[in-house]
Design a protein around this ligand. Sequence first.
Ligand SMILES: NC(=O)c1ccc[n+]([C@@H]2O[C@H](COP(=O)([O-])OP(=O)(O)OC[C@H]3O[C@@H](n4cnc5c(N)ncnc54)[C@H](O)[C@@H]3O)[C@@H](O)[C@H]2O)c1
Length: 278
Amino acid sequence: MKTYHTHNSLSIAGKVVLITGAYGLIGQTISFAFLEQGAMVIMADIDETKKSTLENKISKDFSDDQFLFQTLDIGNEKSCRNTMDAIIEKFGRLDVLINNAGLDAKFDKDSTGKINHSRFENYPVDLLRESVDINLTGTILISQYACKQMIKQKSGNIINVASTYSVVSPNQNLYDFGDGNQHFKPVDYVASKSFVPNFTRYLATFYAREGIRCNAIMPHGIFNDHDDAFQKNFAHLSPIGRMCDREELIGPFTFLASDASSYMTGALLSVDGGWTAW
Ligand SMILES: NC(=O)c1ccc[n+]([C@@H]2O[C@H](COP(=O)([O-])OP(=O)(O)OC[C@H]3O[C@@H](n4cnc5c(N)ncnc54)[C@H](O)[C@@H]3O)[C@@H](O)[C@H]2O)c1
């Protein structure tokens, strides 16, 4: 067959990818999918309780030289520095940083009881500070350490994980289950994720001529055993009429991590079933 164009590859094989918050819902999905596609994956997370189970699982299917498990607190400078040192020692470079770690008050069954349901005017400022420390300051901190290395390489790719609540307000009707109790998506999440699109543009333009690009992905409503009342509300409010299967994120993440998106920087890729389209 005749070839008319040069196609930049969608392959991520051989790329060294640091995924923060790698033991969580999205982090695990992307880590496994990237390993399956031949990437070298650094799975970094603060939650040491899940580490050994995941490590056992991954070592059965992938060779030791393809992955690294790293305890990381993105809110702690020393921990960010140690993580970058460990990556360079093992792989010698960092091609892609996925800023996925975050605190999120979710309504799935795993998170039941963990959400503070106070109305805005009563929401505890300590919880706001905690979210800002991790979702905002922590994301910047780990990016600073990654960028120091990417500058040396004159190449790099950063993918920030935004949320629809980075650009629109939560529709609080989603959290009205008709049970007589008021539930709210809290302000700390909105405040600490709203910076992601503009931080993405900041990094994109700051480093555009130094070989480093930066984009954000905007997922919404990843299904994780949510109860029927939540799913029913979601289906009613979502243009596509259903929650997102976690596997539907793999294509968009792969695209942004690959050279197929080489002319993209500063963009926000919606993977939200149309949530922000009306
Ligand atoms: N699940 C969704 O529907 C959804 C939708 C939109 C955006 N997001 C975003 O996707 C990202 C991942 O969400 P998720 O649903 O997988 O959440 P999750 O809670 O399942 O995973 C988050 C992971 O981050 C880790 N983490 C928390 N604090 C950390 C720290 N200081 N340092 C390192 N790791 C830390 C946690 O241990 C956890 O493993 C978040 O940024 C979230 O805002 C999620």
